[in-house]
Design a protein around this ligand. Structure first.
Ligand code: SF4
Length: 414
C-alpha cells in the first residue's frame, strides 16, 4: 500500500478557505447540478467539435419548448422518494452559443428549472456567451432573469488569430462585451482563451493576457488547442496547411500564463482554470468532485443515480422525441457506474484540482481508504515525485502537474 510524500511546496497553503471548505459529502451526493445545452452558433469555428450547428436558428423556439419539457420530466424523475424536489446548487447554460437565445427564452428556462428543482437561493447560474452576439439590453435582461455569472469565449486578443480560428468577433468586441456586462451588473465574469494556435507566438500570448487582465475578469479558463477529428483544422493539419504550436511552446505559454495570473492574484484551482478568491466555478467543481449532474438538451451528458447517460444529439430528433413525451436518452449510451469506476473517476478528477483529493471524504463516500483502493498502483509515480500529501489532501506536485497523465493512467479500473 502506498503512503504519499509530504508536500515540499507551500502553494497549497495559499488556497482560500472557501475552496477547501465543502458541505458534507452525503449532502452533496443528494444534489444535482443542472446543465442546459444550447446547440446554436452563427457559424462553426474551424477547430470546434462540440455538438453545435450553424444555420438552424429557426429551430430555437421549438428547441426551447422541447428543453422546457425535458426539464419538467427530469425534475419529476429526480424527485426524492418522498416527492420533494431535488436540490440544485448550480445551473450552467452551455453550448453552442446560449447568448443566441432571447431574454424571454432564457427566463422561461430558468423559471422552469426553479419549478422542477429546489434551486438554492444563492445558486451559481452561468451563461456561456460569445462576444459579438451580446447587446447591452440583452445583458441587462438576462441579469434580471437571474443569470449571475457570464462565461465568454474570447479565445484571443489578436484579430488575425481570431480570423484563423473562424471566430465571428474581433478584439474590440471582447472589451465591449465585458464593459456591457459590467454595466448590466455582472460581478462574476470568466474569459476563455486558447494557446498553441497556428502562428501564435509568445508575443501574441503575452499581449492577449495583458489586454485581458486590463478587464479584471474574475476567472480565466485557458486551453491549449486540441486538433479534433472531423474538424477543418484536422484536415488542414493533415494537408500541412496549418501547424499548431508544439509541445514546448505550449508548456512555455502555460507556465507564463500561470506566473502572470498568480502575480495578479488569481488562484490556479484546476489545471486549466484560475480565479480570484471567491470566484471559482462551483458548477465545474461539481464535475471535478464527481458529484451528480443532470444534463438536458441535445447531446447533453448526465451523471445521476449511479448512471452516466447522454441525450439524443441531433436537435431535430431531440425535439421530435420530446414532442411525443419520450425521454431523449440514447439507451446505448447509458451505463451503470460501478463502485470501482466511481472510485477511479473521483480520484482522477480530484487530482486535477489544485486542492487535490480529500482523503477522508473519499473514504466516507466509498467506505474504503484511498490507500487501500490504490494499493501499490501509484508507487512508481509517488517515487518519481509526482504526488504529495498535505494534511488530509493528496495532490499532484509541481512536477506532477506537468505529467498528470502518468498518474491518471494508473487510476483507471483494471
Ligand atoms: S462559438 Fe463555440 S460552440 Fe460555436 S462553433 Fe465556435 S467554438 Fe464551437
Amino acid at each position: 500500500m502506498t503512503s504519499f510524500a509530504p508536500a515540499t511546496t507551500q502553494q497549497r497553503d495559499l488556497l482560500p478557505q472557501e475552496l477547501l471548505r465543502t458541505e458534507p459529502i452525503e449532502d452533496l451526493l443528494e444534489t444535482a447540478s443542472l446543465y442546459l445545452h444550447i446547440p446554436f452558433c452563427h457559424t462553426r469555428c474551424y477547430y470546434c467539435d462540440f455538438n453545435t450547428y450553424a444555420g438552424i436558428l429557426p429551430l430555437r423556439e421549438p428547441y426551447v419548448r422541447a428543453l422546457l419539457h425535458e426539464i419538467e420530466l427530469a425534475g419529476l424523475q429526480a424527485r426524492h422518494p418522498d416527492g420533494t424536489p431535488r436540490r440544485s446548487r448550480t445551473i450552467f447554460f452551455g453550448g453552442g452559443t446560449p447568448s443566441l437565445l432571447t431574454v424571454a427564452q432564457i427566463t422561461r428556462l430558468l423559471d422552469t428549472c426553479r419549478q422542477a428543482f429546489a434551486l438554492d437561493s444563492e445558486a451559481e447560474i452561468t451563461l456561456e456567451a460569445n462576444p459579438g452576439t451580446l447587446s447591452q439590453e440583452q445583458l441587462v435582461g438576462i441579469r434580471e432573469a437571474g443569470i449571475n455569472r457570464l462565461s465568454m469565449g474570447a479565445q484571443s486578443y489578436d484579430a488575425a488569430l481570431l480570423q484563423k480560428l473562424g471566430r465571428i468577433h474581433n478584439p474590440d468586441e471582447i472589451t465591449q462585451a465585458v464593459q456591457f456586462a459590467r454595466a448590466a451588473g455582472f460581478t462574476s465574469i470568466n474569459l476563455d482563451f486558447m494557446f498553441g494556435l497556428p502562428d501564435q507566438t509568445m508575443q501574441h500570448w503575452r499581449e492577449t493576457l495583458d489586454r485581458a487582465l486590463d478587464l479584471h475578469p474574475e476567472h480565466f479558463s485557458l486551453y491549449s488547442l486540441i486538433i479534433e477529428e472531423g474538424t477543418p483544422f484536422h484536415q488542414w493539419v493533415a494537408e500541412k496547411r496549418i501547424t499548431p504550436g508544439d509541445e514546448d511552446l505550449c508548456a512555455d505559454m502555460y507556465e507564463y500564463a500561470d506566473e502572470r495570473l498568480r502575480a495578479a492574484g488569481y488562484i490556479n484551482y484546476e489545471i486549466s482554470n484560475w480565479a480570484l478568491p471567491g470566484h471559482h466555478s462551483r458548477h465545474n467543481l461539481t464535475y471535478w468532485q464527481n458529484l451528480p449532474y443532470i444534463g438536458m438538451g441535445a447531446g447533453a451528458s448526465s451523471f445521476f443515480g449511479k448512471k452516466r447517460y447522454t441525450d439524443e444529439r441531433d436537435p431535430q430528433a431531440y425535439i421530435k422525441r420530446l414532442k411525443s413525451d419520450e425521454i431523449p436518452v440514447i439507451e446505448s449510451e447509458s451505463e451503470e457506474v460501478d463502485q470501482a469506476q466511481a472510485m477511479s473517476e473521483t480520484a482522477f478528477l480530484g487530482l486535477r484540482t489544485a486542492m487535490g483529493l480529500h482523503l477522508p471524504t473519499f473514504e466516507r463516500r466509498f467506505a474504503q481508504p484511498f490507500a487501500q483502493f490504490v494499493g501499490d498502483r501509484l508507487h512508481i509515480v509517488d517515487e518519481a515525485g509526482l504526488l504529495e500529501q498535505v494534511g488530509d489532501w493528496l495532490r499532484l506536485s509541481q512536477r506532477g502537474r506537468l505529467l498528470g497523465n502518468e498518474v491518471f493512467l494508473r487510476l483507471l479500473p483494471d
